[in-house]
Write a protein that binds this ligand. Structure first.
Ligand code: IMP
Ligand code: MG
Length: 177
């Protein structure tokens, strides 16, 4: 990433609010009476998760898992490791993964595999953003906020080198050369 990057707004907070509300409606239809386990993938999902669960008016539980790819920078190496385990037994539970963005799909594919071995009742995926142009492995997104172009996006929990998670809008970074 260049030293001078410019921020441009992609989705404003009002639009994000609308998308989260729509997702909450879809999720409510499918998970009411199932006491689902919403499993946030750290760190990118925490803002989205916080807004989403406050629009769900039925019993649910929340846990988080930390995943990291072995590579460095913005390139995904494809080797994923669990850096923070989930604390909740998922056997026979209705699990809803809550993720910031599906990019190559590698972390999500790994997580599906990891969870399926624990014999849950079901595993579904809710993602704030999808960047399909970058996909390397197929991933089914059951509940999707936004499809985004092939740009590096930040804000609303998403980071670039741990920065910008606090931006209330979803922005993209572009080299300001
Ligand atoms: P994957 O390539 O689908 O495995 O995504 C791995 C992780 O990379 C995501 O969970 C994000 O945390 C991060 N990531 C991918 N694309 C972006 C982006 O455009 N902005 C910020 N983080 C991203
Ligand atoms: Mg990141």
């Amino acid at each position: 990433m260049g030293s001078k990057s410019e921020l441009h707004i992609l989705f404003r907070r009002r639009e994000i609010k609308g998308a989260v509300k729509r997702l909450a409606g879809e999720i409510s239809q499918d998970f009411r009476n199932k006491n689902p386990l919403l499993l946030g993938v750290l760190k990118g999902s925490f803002v989205f998760m916080a807004d989403l669960i406050r629009l769900l008016d039925f019993p649910l539980e929340v846990d988080f898992i930390g995943l990291s790819s072995y590579g460095s920078g913005t390139e995904t190496s494809g080797k994923i490791k669990v850096v923070k385990k989930l604390e909740t037994p998922v056997r026979d539970r209705y699990v809803l993964i809550v993720k910031d963005i599906v990019d190559t799909g590698l972390t999500t594919a790994f997580l599906f595999d990891y969870l399926q071995k624990k014999r849950p009742a079901s595993v579904k995926l809710c993602a704030l953003a999808d960047k399909p142009s970058r996909r390397e492995v197929p991933v089914t997104i059951d509940y999707l906020g936004f499809t985004v172009p092939n740009k590096f996006i930040v804000g609303y929990g998403l980071d670039a080198d741990q920065k910008y998670r606090n931006l209330p809008d979803i922005c993209y970074l572009e080299d300001g050369t």
